[in-house]
Design a protein around this ligand. Sequence first.
Ligand SMILES: NC(=O)c1ccc[n+]([C@@H]2O[C@H](COP(=O)([O-])OP(=O)(O)OC[C@H]3O[C@@H](n4cnc5c(N)ncnc54)[C@H](OP(=O)(O)O)[C@@H]3O)[C@@H](O)[C@H]2O)c1
Length: 230
Amino acid sequence: MKICIVGASGKLGTYMVQHALDRGYEVIGVCRERSVSKLDAFKERITIIPGATNDRTVIKQAVEGCDGVLTVLVPWGNQHYSSGTAQAVLDYAPSGARLIFSCGWHITRDGMDVYPLSLKREEKFARWFGRLTRIMDIDDQVEACRRIFASNTRWTVVRGSDLEEGESQGLPVWSRHVGDPILASNITRRVDYALFMVEALENDALIHEAPAIVGCRTPSALVHMTMAEL
Ligand SMILES: NC(=O)c1ccc[n+]([C@@H]2O[C@H](COP(=O)([O-])OP(=O)(O)OC[C@H]3O[C@@H](n4cnc5c(N)ncnc54)[C@H](OP(=O)(O)O)[C@@H]3O)[C@@H](O)[C@H]2O)c1
């Protein structure tokens, strides 16, 4: 399988590169020119295409011939970085390719998510802070996902909980809606978030789903699994 990782040099991206190489996939990585050195550990084993991830020429070249594209959607800046990145991937990925996108729980597909007050406050602050400083644009990440949900590509949008570093605990569990009891612990190891993204490439049951994930060893996941066994 030939795959492209858009945003390969970030924390999530480098974990995804490792998981993809472990599976024997051919990997094309896109990252900003200044970040190419972050991928030095992989430079003999992957092809790196430097450039902004919302540069349509860069994405067109990177996704050519790929069976799957893993895209890290980030709301940085005020130049429509997220929506520009998503649109380029939607437009140029080969038809039939599996497209997996990352984002946070704050994205809702059907408006049925029930958010904890703390998360609502965090999002409100991020939106206000982003507008004031122009450092980030949460609404542009929302727009990126709106376009993905409306597309007829074979997409999956993986909605991450709060993240932490640490050794892998295994594939996260997921649910369709934030607020479902299984997700209550709201924490996932970043390495396992990456694992879920890479596994989704070959899991057709996740096509046109926006799974909200949580670590499989967290208290809420364990309670749910114990109850399912009874
Ligand atoms: N952090 C969390 O707690 C959290 C929680 C839930 C979901 N998520 C989701 O997880 C994904 C990864 O997020 P992460 O926080 O773990 O970060 P990350 O993996 O380190 O990724 C950050 C990405 O943003 C790029 N970037 C940083 N500054 C930028 C700028 N000014 N302009 C353009 N690109 C820039 C980085 O590229 P360079 O390598 O070039 O710097 C990198 O590709 C995102 O989709 C996020 O929505 C994160």
